[in-house]
Design a protein around this ligand. Structure first.
Ligand code: SF4
Ligand code: SF4
Length: 223
């Protein structure tokens, strides 16, 4: 008989975190390569590579897939950063983000440190790593409509494929038509709260996961 395992034990035994870290790392590299190619072909400067401005991009509304939250949760666990205080902050951030229209949110990410560095950089969400702009950072900080950025179509499709494969590996296919995604602090919190549960599949399945249509409408709604 197979032992009943917690989410943490399951993802460690099945080497799911290692696999996800590889997939996320590959997506990061593909985004950088794709953005550089557009830069070269169109003679557009890659401002993110040399940006020393306040990271306006890290004050944006960030939607991630659950597996990306899980990998960040694993990193927080391994580096001793999980705590009741962190979870309370994640919860407060998640509730605030979910109650705010996407275009109205402008608050520094809780993973951004005082030196404007991402503290989960290697496993940052693909949404973050896919952003490369070809316009000066001042426009990012002014939240200008003139910002020109890389369009990561292939990389988004690849990340969605990883989500499908991830749900397959975790046997999380019951919610047909819904995606396991949400705002960054919620996805990390859900992963931390599921971490030591042996009923993690039932816990995850009963959460109010959105449909693709619901997220598309939320993201495109005018502020
Ligand atoms: S998106 Fe804008 S603010 Fe963020 S690193 Fe790039 S240039 Fe700087
Ligand atoms: S996870 Fe990192 S890169 Fe993404 S918004 Fe937060 S600080 Fe910025």
């Amino acid at each position: 008989m197979q032992a009943i395992r917690t989410l943490a034990e399951f993802v460690a035994d099945e080497r799911i975190i290692d696999w996800l870290r590889d997939q996320i790392g590959q997506n990061h590299r593909d985004s950088k390569r794709g953005a550089s190619l557009v830069s070269k072909q169109s003679s557009l400067p890659m401002h993110c590579s040399t940006c020393t401005a306040t990271k306006a991009c890290c004050s944006s509304y960030v939607i991630v897939r659950f597996y990306e939250g899980l990998v960040i949760a694993d990193q927080l666990k391994r580096t001793g950063r999980d705590s009741p205080e962190l979870r309370a902050e994640l919860r407060a951030r998640a509730e605030a983000m979910e109650a705010t229209p996407v275009r109205e949110w402008f608050t520094p990410c809780l993973f951004l440190d005082e030196r404007e560095r991402c503290t989960v950089y290697d496993v940052r969400p693909t949404t973050c790593a896919q952003l490369y702009v070809y316009t000066p950072p001042e426009l990012c900080n002014a939240r200008s409509s003139q910002i020109s950025s890389y369009t990561p179509r292939k990389e988004v499709a690849a990340a969605n494929q990883v989500e499908e494969a991830f749900r397959e590996r975790l046997s999380l296919r019951r919610k047909v038509g819904r995606r396991y995604l949400g705002v960054l602090p919620r996805m990390v919190l859900v992963a931390l709260e599921a971490w030591d549960r042996t009923d993690f599949r039932d816990y995850l399945r009963q959460l109010p996961w959105p449909t693709d249509e619901a997220w598309a409408a939320a993201v495109s709604s005018p502020a």
